[in-house]
Design a protein around this ligand. Structure first.
Ligand SMILES: [Zn+2]
Length: 424
């Protein structure tokens, strides 16, 4: 758990509830029903990989599936599996995922957290009594089903969804929680360094955004929830596994013409990035976009370099990934605001050329680089379709194009996803 930061720690309560009203939290027991009659499951098969064997062949051999084997072993890349590796092969109809034992965990508390029974955990993990759990130890627990039926521990959070599920590298997910509590609840949701601020939706649920970088390792990423009962001070923590799958991004080498390469001086690149990061880490403003984003440039102009491309320059090593979508277009083609927001930067930058950044609220920013002309000013409100400027090739650019960038909580995500999916 990331307990050092209080950021994003909101006190949430159900609207219309009077404090002090006595209301037993019902319904939780429904979520904690045992997972059918699987009282004594067999431990997963262990298979030592032979030279030339594939995960698909091993899964098929035992009636399992590739996703089940990948999940149980947290495999980053099922195509790169070394001979001699011992794989856990769970049955296809009983997928398992590893979780970390935390200080203070007992078999009973883990069983409650993951909606299973202590006896089931003992059987799956081949534990013998007396069971001694060591913090940091991996234990296998039943995986959340496709419908995310993973039981939540007793507490005010009665339902949690992330969408899409699974997530591709570089995508944004909507996170939604439903609370049922007579008392206000202090709830924090975070993944790695990313805190997910929550806002109340019209249906009473709470939503936030989770950004996954294009270079995030495929596998299960822990979404950490922590809530505190203000009356008792009791803290509950819970980890929700979010599945991240490969985005299939290729690697691409960029030849920079003489002169343009000089702009890659690391201190200059870093200073510009730090300035922008300071700008787009803000997440306290209210969301002002509505529905899908529109394309910032006419459909006539296609993607020339997609988001997520791993990049090297002039034959060097991969030094990062393409943080936006490039559209090839002639100089002077209008660049349009894709959604409502406030212009927070509109000026020439060394690397990004003539640049515009829009704050859409809730930690969502879009950027437009290499413009030949800027038509907005910092502080200006824009709505979908407003002209921001014209396509150009200013800054570190090898030809006329629009670079469209999107940042969520400071993380560069694929903006095209937002043209097809409505957030929150
Ligand atoms: Zn670009």
């Amino acid at each position: 758990m990331k307990t050092s930061s209080g950021r994003g720690n909101l006190v949430l309560g159900r609207a219309g509830r009077m404090p002090g009203m006595v209301l037993l939290v019902l319904g939780l027991s429904l979520l904690l029903l045992p997972r059918t009659a699987l009282a004594a499951p067999d431990p997963p098969i262990r298979h030592a990989v032979q030279p030339g064997e594939t995960v698909a062949a091993i899964a098929a051999q035992y009636g399992s599936t590739v996703p089940a084997v990948v999940a149980a072993n947290l495999l980053a890349d099922p195509d790169q599996i070394a001979a001699g590796t011992v794989l856990l092969v769970p049955p296809a109809d009983y997928p398992l995922v590893p979780v970390d034992v935390r200080p203070g965990d007992t078999l009973a508390s883990l069983a409650r957290r993951y909606g299973t029974k202590a006896a089931e955990l003992m059987a799956i993990n081949e534990l013998e009594s007396p069971v001694r759990l060591i913090p940091g130890q991996d234990l296998l627990v039943p995986a959340p089903a496709g419908g995310r039926s993973l039981a939540l521990p007793p507490g005010p959070v009665v339902r949690l969804t992330t969408s899409p599920d699974p997530l591709e590298q570089g995508e944004t997910a909507g996170v939604r929680v439903w609370l049922d509590s007579a008392e206000p609840v202090s709830l924090t949701i975070a993944m790695d360094q990313q805190v997910v601020p929550l806002r109340q939706a019209t249906d009473g649920s709470w939503w936030g955004l989770l950004a996954i970088a294009a270079l995030a390792e495929p596998g299960y990423w822990p979404l950490d929830l922590r809530w505190v009962n203000p009356a008792s001070g009791q803290e509950t923590t819970f980890t929700w596994p979010v599945q991240v799958v490969d985005g299939g991004y290729p690697t691409y080498d960029i030849e920079l013409p003489p002169g343009k390469g000089d702009l890659l001086a690391p201190d200059l690149v870093q200073a510009e990035l730090e300035r922008l990061m300071a700008l787009w880490k803000a997440d306290e403003t209210q969301p002002v976009w509505r529905g899908r984003f529109i394309r910032p440039i006419s459909e006539d102009y296609l993607t020339s370099a997609p988001y997520g491309q791993r990049r090297s320059y002039n034959g060097g090593p991969v030094s990062g990934y393409h943080t936006g979508q490039d559209f090839a277009a002639p100089e002077g083609v209008p660049v349009l605001a894709p959604a409502s927001g406030t212009v927070v930067l509109a000026e020439p930058l060394d690397v990004r050329g003539n640049a515009v950044v829009i704050d859409h609220g809730a930690g969502v920013f879009t950027g437009y680089w290499h413009l030949s002309q800027i038509d907005v000013q910092a502080g200006q409100q824009v709505k979908p379709g407003d002209q921001l400027g014209l396509v150009g090739t200013t800054g570190l650019s090898t030809g006329n194009h629009l670079h469209w960038e999107m940042r969520v909580h400071g993380i560069a995500v694929d903006p095209l996803q937002w043209t097809g999916k409505v957030f929150p």
